[in-house]
Design a protein around this ligand. Structure first.
Ligand code: NDP
Length: 326
């Protein structure tokens, strides 16, 4: 049966938005049986770019794409939304402190949460890409009291995919042979890419690589991959960020074939992560909902790394609480 979904994209005039739009419209986000209505949200300065992208979408004549609208009004953009991709955010400017960044983004994600609460469809699923993504998701969820909090997620799939890709390269196996990798914590340099439970073609990865390589090369390289891309490419990652966003929503809606992936979700207290913090966990998609993979052994090294990243999230929460954003 063919259904129709409304997908709202914020920051639609930006780089990641441009890379996302054509994949959404081609059916890669929600599958070949779901027709798409696209609502593009931008700030006034970004409207021209979003309108240009809308013209190009028309010129691509995607069979599944029913309609595209462009607006700078959040209420209009989120009306009836089934999926919201929150990509637009305020980048850190020169001389901006982290508190300024949190405040500037609170002014974006608070009202967007309220607009989602007022107008989104009852099955709304939200993924935040714009940084600081975990805390932006926390702010949006806090401003949407009628939406179940587990519908608010932040993207750590890019970190996860980077972790899988770099491991596959090291072991010279296809990425599809890798399973059981987890990104824990914040989408920041404190994140913990965990190979304790990872397998390659069914074999435990920690039997195949040196612990010193994992600790000294692999973990820092995954956590700092964004900076590596900027250094080599001359600008930040775009298509890989869009690709991970597609994967996140696709797997959330359609399931993830008995494997797990990494998703930043409001904590239910699992693995000692304080309730409500939007932190990355190993998660499976079951019947359209994320379920944290439970019962994993956490060794001393992992415990310390998870705790450090979670402490950063707790500090961000305190800062946005102090700013009155929650
Ligand atoms: P991009 O499309 O390249 O990035 C968008 C956001 O994604 C950035 O804030 C960026 O955060 C974040 N991001 C998360 N992960 C990654 C990653 N791995 N690589 C790169 N970025 C990542 O930015 P543009 O400046 O091209 O576009 C942003 C657009 O958003 C602009 O058109 C702007 O007008 C719009 N905007 C819209 C708003 C709205 O709709 N209400 C509000 C604010 C802005 P970071 O910079 O920390 O990497």
């Amino acid at each position: 049966a063919t259904t129709t979904a409304t997908v709202t994209l914020t920051g639609a005039g930006g780089q990641i938005g441009y890379a996302l739009l054509f994949r959404i419209a081609s059916g890669q986000l929600l599958g070949p049986d779901t027709r798409i209505r696209l609502n593009l949200l931008e700030i006034p300065a970004g409207l021209g770019s979003a309108e240009g992208a809308a013209l190009e979408l028309s010129d691509a004549a995607f069979p599944l794409l029913d309609a595209v609208s462009v607006t700078d009004d959040a209420g209009t953009a989120f009306d009836g939304a089934n999926v919201a991709l929150l990509v637009g955010s305020r980048p850190r400017g020169p001389g901006m402190e982290r508190a300024d960044l949190l405040a500037a983004n609170g002014a974006i994600f608070g009202p967007q949460g309220a607009a989602l609460n007022a107008g989104a469809a009852s099955d709304i699923r939200v993924v935040v890409v714009g940084n600081p993504a975990n805390t932006n998701a926390l702010i949006a969820a806090a401003n949407a009291p009628d939406i179940p909090r587990e519908r608010f997620t932040a993207l750590t799939r890019l970190d996860h995919n980077r972790a899988v890709g770099l491991l596959a390269g090291k072991l010279a196996v296809p990425a599809g042979e890798i399973d059981g990798v987890t990104i824990w914590g914040n989408h920041s340099a404190t994140q913990y890419p965990d190979l304790s439970h990872a397998t390659a073609s069914g074999k435990p990865v920690l039997d195949l690589v040196d612990e010193s390589w994992v600790h000294e090369e692999y973990i820092p390289r995954v956590a700092n991959r964004g900076a590596e891309i900027i250094e080599v490419r001359g600008s930040s990652s775009v298509a890989s960020a869009a690709s991970a966003t597609i994967d996140h929503v696709h797997d959330w809606v359609n399931g993830h074939r008995g494997r797990w992936t990494s998703v930043a979700l409001p904590s239910d207290g699992s693995y000692g992560v304080p309730d409500g913090l939007v932190s990355s966990f190993p998660a499976e998609s079951v019947d359209g909902a994320w379920r944290i993979v439970d019962g994993l052994d956490v060794d001393e090294f992992s415990r310390d790394r998870i705790d450090r990243s979670v402490a950063e999230l707790a500090t961000e929460r305190e800062q946005v609480q102090a700013l009155g954003l929650l």
